[in-house]
Design a protein around this ligand. Structure first.
Ligand code: DGL
Length: 283
């Protein structure tokens, strides 16, 4: 593994671009390969075995392209499969989004009343509460599966009455209805798509709720790992490259990407690949 290789980033689809954006902002000299498993999303409603098998296949495709580190941008895969991936690729730095977000929420929450919003499948693992309690043992953690948010964001419905009603439906019981001393004081965004909802969430739940976005905290964790392992990209005159791979529907990926990143991704610049089944690990 050498420092001039790219970093591999994978997600179930397009939402992991929030993590890619944070990586580009924090580590502008690093070349990146982004893989969105658009043929099989969502991961957030799937079983542990399926998510782990998919994550291994996606990681394997990136490793075969010679990446120097792997970023699991997908929260559902991070919650289910981080240990499996680390065991499968010994020596390769593997950074997920759960732990950096959990640690950041543990620090940021004023009174330790933390609300995690994530996909159904990620919530089922209990990985978020475990990681938060590890960082802040006295915290009180509640989790809410917010699957509808994923579809709303992909439709570009991130403001307005529909999005607001869904946000209230999921979160008013924890962030608005209880008395001040019982209310959640920190909202951890445990899903790739949710950073797009931050303006709405701030407006509906007010400035007292601290919002922690795992994309930016993950970029910081990646920087630290690269420095510790002497894998940070050497200074170069050439701009860092970003390569995009999907498993289906590059046109849709390009269109929906506009919700997540401010730069344009041209459909004909996106490569479509097939992921190999790994019989010894799948299932
Ligand atoms: N990327 C997923 C996550 O962060 C959300 C979309 C999906 O369910 O595949 O959990």
């Amino acid at each position: 593994m050498t420092a001039d290789k790219p970093i591999g980033v994978f997600d179930s689809g397009v939402g992991g671009l929030t993590v890619l954006k944070a990586l580009r902002e924090r580590l502008p000299g690093e070349s990146l390969i982004y893989l969105g498993d658009t043929a099989r999303l969502p991961y957030g409603t799937k079983s542990a075995a399926t998510v782990s098998a998919y994550a291994l296949q996606a990681a394997d495709a990136l490793v075969s392209l010679g990446v120097k580190a792997l970023v699991v941008a997908d929260n559902t895969s991070s919650a289910h499969a981080l240990d499996v991936l680390r065991a499968h690729f010994p020596g390769l730095p593997v950074v997920g989004v759960v732990e950096p977000g959990a640690v950041a929420a543990g620090h940021a929450s004023p009174h330790g009343r933390i609300v995690v919003i994530a996909t159904e499948s990620a919530v089922r693992t209990g990985t978020y509460p475990r990681s938060i309690l590890h960082a802040r043992p006295a915290a009180r953690v509640a989790q809410v599966p917010c699957q509808l948010f994923v579809s709303l964001v992909e439709e570009g419905i991130v403001e307005g009455p529909i999005a607001e009603q869904v946000a209230r439906h999921y979160l008013a019981p924890l962030l608005l209805d209880p008395p001040d001393s019982e209310r959640g004081d920190c909202l951890l965004l445990g899903c790739t798509h949710f950073p797009a909802l931050v303006p709405l969430l701030r407006r509906v739940f007010g400035p007292k709720v601290v919002i922690v976005d795992s994309a930016t905290t993950t970029a910081r964790a990646v920087e630290e790992v690269l420095e510790n392992r002497h894998l940070a990209a050497p200074a170069s005159d050439r701009p860092a490259s970003v390569r995009y791979l999907v498993t289906d529907a590059p046109d849709r990926f390009a269109r929906v990407s506009k919700i997540f990143v401010p730069w344009a991704i041209a459909p004909d610049g996106i490569e479509t690949i097939e992921l190999e089944t790994l019989p010894e690990t799948a299932g």
